[in-house]
Design a protein around this ligand. Sequence first.
Ligand SMILES: NC(=O)C1=CN([C@@H]2O[C@H](COP(=O)(O)OP(=O)(O)OC[C@H]3O[C@@H](n4cnc5c(N)ncnc54)[C@H](O)[C@@H]3O)[C@@H](O)[C@H]2O)[C@@H](O)CC1
Length: 549
Amino acid sequence: MVTWPPPWWLPNDKNTLVPARSAAADLQEFALTVGYSERMIPVYAGSHVRDAETAQLKDANDTTLMRLAADALAHQAVLMLKSDGGRLYGARVLGLIGPGNNGGDGLFALAALAKRGVRATAVLLAPQAHAQGLAALVRSGGRTTTAKHLDELLVDTDLVVDALYGTGLRPGAELPKIPSQVRVLAADIPSGVDANTGAAAPSVIRADRTVCFGALKTGLVVGSGHLVSGSIHITDAGLTDHLPKPDAWVVQGDDLELLLDRDQSWAAAGAHKYQRGVLGLLAGSAKYPGAAVLSARAAVASGLGLLRTVVPEAVATALTTQVPESVPLNTEELTALLARNRRNGRAGATRISAWAIGPGLVDNAETRQYLDQILEANNPCVLDAGALAMLEPGEHHQLRILTPHAGELHSLLAKAGVRVSATDIATDPIRWARWAAVAYDCVILLKGSATICTAPDGYALIVHAATPDLATAGSGDVLTGILGTLLAAATFPSMTGADEVTQSHRLTELAAAGALIHAHAGALAAAEGTLSAVDLLQELPRAARQLGL
Ligand SMILES: NC(=O)C1=CN([C@@H]2O[C@H](COP(=O)(O)OP(=O)(O)OC[C@H]3O[C@@H](n4cnc5c(N)ncnc54)[C@H](O)[C@@H]3O)[C@@H](O)[C@H]2O)[C@@H](O)CC1
């Protein structure tokens, strides 16, 4: 059972709950409780990777790891120089060299390039530079210069290697401006990105490619980090024995089966693995009739068994016309059905196995009455948009996925007494999604270009949208429909007596599976041209098929 309020919350003088000073450390502790799967990519806070690197080294002057990192960096530099028919011999490469080990990586990489005939120049941007790296560069025939020559050198360069700051960056660093047409290869992480959170300085040096050393850093996959890193190449530095449990996992298309199959044999139930289940949909209003239609269509297109709908009069006709598969529920039927649910659980076609609640919903007495009734019946549910505004924080026994975007997360946290700005959320989205998961005792799916799914114990999965176009109107309604279908089809460990942590992990994985299907449909639609929510819907069956469902 999740404790509410969690032990690290302290009341402040205004009698609301705010994070205790030590919260970050405590949260980290309980965030790192689980780990399995060899397919999902583990992600580590940059500071943890740095500690592991230090622990791996025999002494402070050991440059074994740095040379490994530099080789990988030089290799990617060669590939970039040779792409588009470019020549290696005589190519001009500028290294932006900082004061620490990141600068050392850059210097050794420039040395390796100089040995292959590249005109390698290190621009020393700090008062000191890595001594052995510098010596290696000079031995190989590379040159050094200072910041005052940077602008003139940038005019005529084929590639910039950004080795200014890596995991050791502190806020407030001064970063040179690199013209957007210059290709940039970043060592470990683009300079200006916080490797723990993904927060990026406004003057961050954007990379076309990043060679990440030892392990994937959290800062490269969330916040702004993944938007400025280009393609990411991870090198193995043999750090496994020194790394703690991952901070999170990145899931990709190949992981879908894994996410869906855990604890359940989907294969046993039909041609399409998730083609079954009864979903209740409480959605829509006179103001937003389309949202209910989009969610309903998405649920059906994802292979749902049966859809029962609770919608206002103003939406009913449009819904039955556009989604003939949906079967409306009136108030009496709903009451009877929920009573049956409470008595007999969720199995069987005459019962509802899960609910999707919120798209287009407005807050009024009738909606609240339905919502209370449904939540009381205790079926797994996904809560979105209008439903989020009606929820209260606290402990409960229901399997819930809440799907806020950053603005809605801000409101949810404010209601729970957590004072955090929209900028704070953008700066460290995993942390604040975790806080909301604890506050509302549920799984949070935080929408964004990186979708973060997290459980109250901190278990976190990250899904990258293949296209920024997914931020289109109605896209969230489609996601709610997909998630509803997955929930309706799923069996949960609670039904087989498993503990709550296991259940919430299962729910987190289903949330990530929904986000993956949604992202893939978005990528397919974007490949065909502009993306509307309807385009997304149309691609759902193809996306599911391609992902192996
Ligand atoms: N730790 C290791 O043994 C290894 C580290 N590697 C590389 O080393 C990096 C980490 O090295 P470091 O810990 O030296 O850290 P960095 O090289 O990222 O930066 C630390 C240096 O930058 C200065 N600095 C940071 N923020 C500043 C600011 N705002 N203004 C002015 N100066 C600032 C610090 O005073 C320090 O001198 C990794 O990202 C990776 O690239 C790899 O070579 C593999 C081995």
